[in-house]
Design a binder for this molecule. Structure first.
Ligand code: AMP
Length: 478
């Protein structure tokens, strides 16, 4: 199928062609015509499926075909995202796809000085991409007006709830006009999301694409069994001998990520770490260096990697398996994106065998095991428990394992591991990562002044709700 049959305008088709897309992804071919008709959407899709263009293209077209006839711009579309990185990436897409349209967009998020955002808002914006906390800061300061929003997008709604934004989202909803188009995207579906969708959407059309764990054919997965203290040697040797230029490596902890980075550098392999203790500026720099090739290895924790969009990433390495099996699916989803082939390798030591079994149970397939000659595991080694995780000998009950994180595991600054996902922070307060501002802010407006976020991460907690279900399962029940 070609983009031309979807009903998009020449300006948008031109921007899409310049981006190099030859055909729409499944979520795009399903969502675009429905959104163009002005209908609400319940989208079951995660990052990597092309969902951003799936909602951005028709949103731009709708705003452009019904231009406002007042002299001053006002916020006509609001896109809420859980993390700063995702907000920045979504707004970048809005700018890219809307480059031939006379619409103006802006991204706002916490952790940076609010003043440049106020200035940019004052000059008029059609499309606002925001994280919920900072949006409410502006509402409190009366620096923006949401009373004429025509289209609302909740992107990665499940993660917004995981991060404790439900109260903030409800406050935002109360400020919007009743008559509007709503687009809600979520990869998974808890009771909380279902409640939110029920209250928000008006006769929604369901668009869904298979999750990565059912459509991972494009990703070749392999496990290399290896002793824990030989992983680093094996990784360095694989990178050098295969001449890999761009590898994303996953660790469970921030400390582990830093250490591995240093070790790779010692081996003469350029590497950068990205995790919740790094300043936003350092993270942005590391990602930019990795994308443009001056850093070969990006070592990331699960939380830091959420929402990262790196085109055509060829290799993902699980240096350590995650203790939450769903995180494995998110991790390998970083490769083989939007139709490209990718390779996901896992270096697995004896301590992680139970993690591996949990993952294989989740993805409903066994991952081939290939021992690398010279790195055969020592059969006399015994498993050691992984702190707070579940090593081969560990015995944490499943729910405890799912809601906790390993000691030192990456999570949002100020965010504690939650056992009660429905009440993540005190009434009236905001998640901490949304609260502070620093002087080193550059706000980021579509029309020019690019701003870099300056402070540390706004990220989602890895906690998964108990009772969380896949969206299709929920819909069968409806
Ligand atoms: P998303 O799921 O929106 O994060 O998109 C994932 C990646 O797919 C991004 O790098 C997009 O640039 C890319 N992408 C989106 N639509 C297409 C398409 N139709 N063809 C090829 N790549 C695409």
């Amino acid at each position: 199928m070609s983009f031309t049959v979807l009903g998009l305008s020449a300006e948008l088709l031109r921007a899409v062609a310049e981006k190099g897309y030859s055909e729409p992804t499944p979520i795009q071919s399903q969502a675009i015509p429905v959104i163009l008709e002005g209908r609400d959407i319940l989208g079951a899709a995660q990052t990597g499926t092309g969902k951003t263009a799936g909602f951005t293209l028709p949103l731009l077209q709708r705003l452009n075909t019904a231009p406002h006839n007042e002299g001053r711009r006002y916020i006509r579309a609001l896109i809420l995202t859980p993390t700063r990185e995702l907000a920045a990436q979504v707004e970048e897409s809005v700018t890219t796809y809307g480059k031939y349209l006379p619409l103006k967009s802006l991204v706002i998020f916490g952790g940076v000085n609010i003043n440049p955002q106020i200035k940019a808002l004052r000059s008029g914006v059609d499309i606002l991409v925001a994280t919920p906390g900072r949006l409410l800061d502006h509402v409190e300061q009366k620096t923006l007006d949401l009373s004429r929003v025509e289209i609302l997008v909740l992107d990665e709604a499940d993660r917004m709830l995981d991060m404790g934004f439900i109260r903030d989202i409800r406050k935002v909803l109360a400020l919007l006009p009743k008559k509007r188009q709503n687009l809600l995207f979520s990869a998974t579906f808890s009771d909380e999301i279902k409640k939110l969708a029920d209250g928000l959407l008006n006769a929604p059309t369901l668009v869904e694409v298979a999750r990565r764990n059912t459509s991972a054919e494009l990703i070749s997965q392999v496990v290399h069994p290896v002793d824990r203290d030989r992983k680093r040697e094996l990784l360095s040797s694989m990178i050098s001998s295969n001449d890999w230029r761009q590898v994303l490596v996953f660790m469970r902890t921030k400390h582990g990520a830093n250490r591995l980075c240093e070790q790779l550098e010692q081996d003469g392999i350029s590497a950068a770490a990205i995790h919740g203790n790094k300043s936003q500026g350092a993270r942005t720099r590391a990602l930019a260096d990795f994308k443009q090739g001056s850093v070969r290895v990006l070592v990331a924790t699960d939380i830091a990697a959420r929402g990262l969009d790196i085109d055509q990433l060829p290799h993902v390495v699980n240096y350590e398996l995650p203790n939450i099996p769903e995180d494995y699916v998110h991790r390998i989803g970083r490769t083989g994106r939007a139709g490209n082939e990718g390779e996901a390798l896992s270096l697995v030591c004896i301590d992680e065998h139970e993690f591996l079994r949990d993952i294989e149970r989740l993805i409903k397939r066994e991952i081939p095991k290939v021992v690398v000659p010279g790195y055969e595991p020592n059969p006399s080694l015994k498993a050691q428990p992984i702190p707070n995780g579940r090593g081969s000998r560990g015995s944490a009950p499943v729910h405890a394992r799912r809601t906790g994180s390993p000691k030192g595991a990456d999570r949002a600054p100020g965010q504690r591991a939650r056992t009660n996902p429905t009440r993540p922070h005190a009434q009236g307060s905001k998640p901490k990562h949304e609260q502070s501002t620093t002087a080193n802010d550059r706000s980021r407006s579509v029309n020019g002044n690019t701003q870099q976020p300056s402070r540390s991460a706004e990220q989602n907690a890895p906690a998964r709700h108990r009772g969380e279900r896949e969206l299709p399962a929920l819909l069968k029940r409806r």
